[in-house]
Design a protein around this ligand. Structure first.
Ligand SMILES: [Zn+2]
Length: 80
């Protein structure tokens, strides 16, 4: 099991060019929530696992392009 660290940044970080929205760093891998600025950071070289375990995801709804953490999804009624 890998350990992620979390911090809340007030400023949205830029996406890494060429990668999907919300991936704001590759080394170390970092994923950011669009709602609250929460950033999950994983160990170097474990980008895929970091994205999965961070649980900062896109909603499945139509035209929804924001990446949100669980707390933000629940606040918007997107998660039960
Ligand atoms: Zn959030």
């Amino acid at each position: 099991m890998i350990e992620l660290t979390y911090e809340r940044l007030l400023v949205p970080l830029p996406d890494v060019p060429g990668l999907v929205h919300g991936i704001v760093s590759v080394d170390p891998p970092m994923v950011q929530c669009d709602g609250c600025g929460l950033v999950a950071t994983g160990p170097a070289g474990r980008g895929g696992l970091t994205v999965i375990l961070a649980d900062i995801t896109f909603d499945r709804g139509d035209g929804f392009t924001e990446r949100l953490c669980g707390e933000c999804r629940r606040a918007r009624g997107l998660d039960s």
